[in-house]
Structure formats: structure tokens, C-alpha cells
Design a protein around this ligand. Sequence first.
Ligand code: NAD
Length: 491
Amino acid sequence: MTEHPRVEIAGSSVSVDHFINGVRVASEATFEDRSPLDWNWLLADISRGDATTADLAVTAAVDAFPAWAALSSVERGKYLKRLADLIDEHQEKIALVECADMAMLEESLRLRVIARGARNFRAYAELAEVFEGRHWESNGTDNRIQRMPAGPTVVITPWNAPFMLSTWKTAPALAAGNTVILKPAEWSPLSCSMLADLIAEAGFPPGVFNIVQGIGEEIGAALVADPRVRRVSFTGSPETGRIIGEAVARNLTPFTAELGGKGPLMVFADADLDGAAKAAANMYDDSGQVCLAGTRIMVEASIKDVFLEKMRTITQAHVLGDSRDATTTISPMIHPVHLATVEGFVERARANGDEIIFGGKRWKEDGLWYEPTLIAPKSNDSEVVQREIFGPVLTFQTFETEDEAIALANSTAYGLSGIIWTSSQERAERVGTALRAGTVWVNCFLVRDLTAPFGGFGISGIGREGGDYALDFYSDLKTLQIKEHTTEAGA
Ligand code: NAD
């Protein structure tokens, strides 16, 4: 069918359709996309892709693959760098649309988050260029390690930070020589639709980078089940990760998964308590919808009262409000369904006998805000300690010794991140090494070097993103072993 009309959002004209083989493609069926800033604000009716759309997109990626794979890293890098420049140019517009779509604070989007999209493409253009394969001699042969582009790649992303996470995953896939079908989450599809306009403007060959819209269980499931797809890269919940894992297993398609988190934020008595309390209160940023957040606050028993008072005071200074307002520090949650899920966790905690230290209710009835909430669990087995809530709800526990702190920190099935506050370098190294987590920050948070590995232990994920780790995943690694021809060769 012909394209749907574009919609005007926050001063930008945004397509509601898929982007396949270099052109917009519409689906007859649509789904509603509403703004968490005001649930009565219907942003757009978005094309709802199905199995036929998935087939079209995979076919485009299959057809485009040989020519894209045949380009050198430097040639592919030129497209990625052009796209990065265009993202920089349109950063402000993308930020405003993403703010309307998923309600992260406009200022963070404008100043940090969207710009990271450009950095992702630039970083991977450069990393792929410098890889020319290790080679060495042994057993009288020359061993050459080559990275061969793996093939059409499906990337599926969640609704929190949709632009940043989608670019973080697609950049290495494209840089490695793969063609891509990206499916963003149905709760925040708009910034990725804007990315499609920039892909067209950057002049990517048709079919190299496709973006489709729709519901996970429909088009998402069709994409990951297609045997022509040679890599699947997923970020989302462990529950969906398991479903996708089963689907890709049937085709033996290599799969990475960046899943949920339940990170500890550990504060030792020797720490800068003001800095640590501020860090703890900042875990309510983005309404706690951050996979890496340290959501289990655990403090040394001797500083319990003083720390709690500091954290309470800083938390009270948070301003709940419209994410477009520069004074707001806590945005609404993404969706009424997700708000109800978070409420359910707190209600069950109450019924379980866990102590609500502060918060524990909606901010007001007519919006999607939930008050910053702190819960002292009855025991470490409480559901609020053991399961990811993905909202502004933290738990508060104490420990007496370093060993007890480590045992508590490592006591969930997750292992995405850990945060330690201490002034002791020896303790930082000891505890940091003992934590079962993909990334551990000491006296800081969210500081990232894009070349470092990123991923989760346990149910927080499979595989690693970042630097060469991602380029290896998106490649078929080959060993080419050449023995120089002599008259005795093969003798
Ligand atoms: P989700 O698992 O519900 O959905 C993620 C994506 O999967 C969406 O695009 C959805 O449409 C798609 N999907 C759903 N069912 C599918 C199926 N059967 N087949 C194919 N695709 C399907 O997750 P969410 O609610 O969007 O995101 C929140 C979760 O993501 C949290 O658990 C959070 O911790 C996690 N997350 C992890 C990281 C990380 O880097 N580890 C980063 C951000 C978010």
C-alpha cells in the first residue's frame, strides 16, 4: 500500500512507516503510539509489520549483503561517518521527538544521549578500519586470522534509550560488513524512524540498513525465526531473551542478548558519603528505567542512619514533572502497563511485610509518575530484592563485613552491573574482582569506554558488546593457513 502521511511531532516531520530496501513501505494495519508525557497525546498510528513485512526486509538484506560485504572497511566506514555527521546535525530534533515518545529528560537527550548515536557509528567505523587480522608463523605455515562478514543481521531493541541502543548495536554490525534489519520497540518507535531518513540521506545502498516497525510477538518473532538471518542481536528482558533464544536455536543462528539488571550499590563506611548518597538518589533518574542502575542499595551497618538521612534529603530535592521542563529531574514512566507492573511490585512488597521507607505510591492520579521509593526488605529473598522492577523503586539493606557485602551483592540471578563506594584502593580491587557483574564502577557510574567489553553475567545476558568483542560477534572468524609452495610441499 502507499505510504501513510508523515506526522508532525515536536517540530519534525516523522514517517510512521517501515524503511525497506531504501524506500518507505507501509502496512495496512497500524498500532497506536502515545506520549508518556500526556497519555491523551496520540503521537502517531505506526505501521504494524507482520510476517510478510519481515520477509520483505530480510530479502532486501540478503540481496544487499554480497556487495556491502565486498567493500573494504574504509569504504563502509565512509557511510558510517556520514551517518554520524547527519546525526550530529539533527541531534536536537531527534532529542525532542524521542522525549515526546518515551519521556527521558529532554536535556539529557539533547546534551548526551542522542550524540552517543553519532559516537557509536564513528567509533565502529574507526575500529573496523584498523583491524587487518593477526597473522603469525608456526609449524612452517603462515596463520592468518580473517573476519568474514557474517550475513543479514536482525537487531531488536527495547523502549528505554531506543536511539542510543539501536545505534550501539547496528554500528558494529554494519562496520563488520553485515546488512541489518532493525526493529525498535513498539513503545518508542519514532527516533529510529528518523534514523531511517538519515540512512537514506547518507546514501547507504538500498537494503543495507532496513528499519521495520511492529509488535515483538508478530514481526519480531518472524524476523528472528528466518533461517536466512545469520546474526541476532537483542537487548530487552530476560523473558523475551529466552523466547528469542529458542527461536534462533532452531536455525543455529548466533545470538547475543543484553538483558535485565539488578545491580548492587555498595557503600562502605570509609566512602565519601555525600557522593555515595547523591549517587544512590540519582538511581531514580529516568524513573529508574535503566538496566545498569544500582537498584539494591547496601550500606555498612555503622553508617546506616547517617547515610539514609543524606539519601532521603537528596531524594526529596528531586522534581517530578514534564521531561521537557529543564527543572524536572524525574520523568514519567513509559506506559500505563509498565506503571501498573511497578505498582504491583510495591503492593506485593507491602503484603510481604517489607518496610516502605519512603514513596510507595503514584505521584498523582492523572499521570505516569511513580514516587521515588525505598524499601527495606524483610529478607534478602523478598521479590523486590530478587527481581528487576525497572522503575523508581530501590531496596535498602545493611551489611557488617566485606564478605557479607559481597555475598549479598552476588545473591541474585542477574549480573549486569555493580557499583562500589569506598576510599580504599585495596578494597575497590578486592570487592570489584569478587562481584559477579559485567561492569563494575567504583566511586562513579556510567563512565564508558566504547572499546571495553559490555554485557552481563547470569540472566543478564549472553555475549559481549563493545570494541572488538562486537566486531568478532558480527563476523565469522576464519583461520587461513598457508604453507609456501616448495617442491617438497605436501611431502
Ligand atoms: P522486552 O523484552 O519486552 O522487549 C524488547 C524488544 O523485544 C522489543 O522491541 C519487543 O518488541 C521485542 N520482542 C518482544 N517479544 C518478542 C519476540 N517474541 N520475538 C522477537 N522480539 C520480541 O523489553 P522492554 O520492556 O522493551 O525493555 C526493558 C528490558 O530491557 C529490561 O529488562 C531492561 O533491563 C532491559 N535492558 C537491558 C539493557 C542492557 O544493555 N543489558 C539495556 C536496556 C534495557
